[in-house]
Design a protein around this ligand. Structure first.
Ligand code: HEC
Ligand code: HEC
Length: 314
């Protein structure tokens, strides 16, 4: 019986015996802590837990409620809705390619996925459990929970977009997309922060989003670093799947990509800690349309989970 299951899994995985091939455009190397090697069992358990509403106080909310695979692992709300209709103050980011991330959360307050995945369970505005409650309810240790959920999140990836295809095989882009790519790199200065295979420098910048009537509505990275230049700074988000992950920014305050482009075109929102790389761009209407076409071409294939038996090769 066990052999049969294994054979079926192998066939389903297309005969592959390793972690599914790296999607086009991403790094083959993903940093994985030595104490939590990726295994098919952990990924499968993590996937089950990701959809399990028992992780929330009133059993109404799962990770997947706010990170919906069909919405590129977002919830399409400005700010997320947790148990008992409670709201937090931040937008649920996409989970694609988080395994490559240097830190987790908009302010980078979790240094690892193993630490991060236990936070929403305990956040009163999200799942509102204690670790004692949740371990008793699902019958797993805190460590098993954390390692399984982190392992599953590492398998959520997006690549193979039209841009990746263009860069690797010179597949044709439309004239708008091509021009948009130039603007992204040159006149728009976007690539200064949205850089690398995941279109993020994994650093923290103030583009003025949190600045409201002379005050910061959210101090962002400053709450951790206490460095002046980090006031109102948030981690550069990935732009993969960005056409599907709105509303945008750490507070979900910008509804559309057109408005995001306007935000950058006018030089962000001036405030004392505005990043020096943010300045008025003076894009023409055609240039804005081209940049939009480029951003849309960053949607690719989102994959998650794992069927086979081996561990990922570092
Ligand atoms: C009620 C909605 C909600 C639920 C439930 C939820 N999340 Fe989130 N998630 C968010 C929000 C909002 C953020 C951003 C919070 C912040 O940065 O302060 C986030 C951030 C994250 C991040 C960091 C992403 C990044 O770009 O840094 C990961 C990883 C993550 N969640 C995984 C999970 C897992 C695993 C679960 C289940 C155990 C879960 N989430 C449950 C709303 C939710
Ligand atoms: C100085 C660094 C920097 C530059 C330059 C920059 N960005 Fe950003 N970008 C960020 C940061 C940081 C955020 C998150 C800001 C926040 O939520 O407060 C962000 C957010 C975004 C988002 C929202 C993504 C989401 O999931 O919410 C989009 C889209 C985006 N940027 C596109 C662009 C484009 C297009 C350009 C060039 C015109 C650009 N960025 C230039 C740092 C930068």
């Amino acid at each position: 019986m066990r052999l049969l299951v294994f054979l079926v899994a192998t066939v389903l995985a297309g005969g592959q015996s390793t972690f599914p091939a790296t999607p086009l455009g991403l790094d083959a190397y993903m940093p994985i802590p030595d104490h939590n090697p990726l295994t098919v069992e952990k990924v499968a358990l993590g996937r089950e837990l990701f959809f399990d509403t028992r992780l929330s106080r009133d059993q109404s909310v799962a990770c997947a409620s706010c990170h919906d695979a069909k919405q590129a692992f977002t919830d399409r709300r400005s700010v997320s809705k947790g148990v008992f209709g409670r709201h937090g103050t931040r937008n649920a980011p996409t989970l694609v390619n988080r395994g490559y991330g240097a830190s987790q959360f908009w302010d980078g307050r979790s240094p690892s996925l193993e630490q991060q995945v236990l936070k929403p369970i305990q956040d009163p505005n999200e799942m509102d459990m204690t670790l004692a409650d949740v371990t008793a309810r699902v019958g797993l240790s805190e460590r098993t929970l954390a390692e399984a959920l982190a392992s599953y999140v590492r398998t959520i990836r997006s690549g193979n977009s039209r841009i990746d295809q263009h860069l690797s095989r010179n597949a044709e882009l439309s004239p708008e997309e091509k021009s948009g790519m130039r603007i992204f790199r040159l006149k728009g200065n976007c690539v200064t922060c949205h850089v690398g295979p995941n279109f993020s420098d994994e650093k923290f910048h103030n583009t003025g989003i949190a600045w409201r009537g002379g005050n910061l509505a959210d101090e962002g990275r400053f709450a951790l670093s206490h460095r002046e230049q980090d006031r109102g700074a948030f981690r550069t988000p990935t732009l993969r799947e960005v056409a599907r992950t709105g509303p945008y920014m750490h507070d979900g305050s910008i509804a559309t990509l057109e408005e995001v482009i306007e935000h950058y075109d006018k030089g962000g929102v001036p405030n004392p800690q505005l990043d020096p790389e943010i300045r008025p761009l003076r894009l023409t209407p055609q240039e804005k349309r081209d940049l939009l076409a480029f951003l849309r071409a960053l949607s690719g294939e989102v994959t998650e989970g794992w069927e086979s038996k081996e561990r990922i090769e570092p």
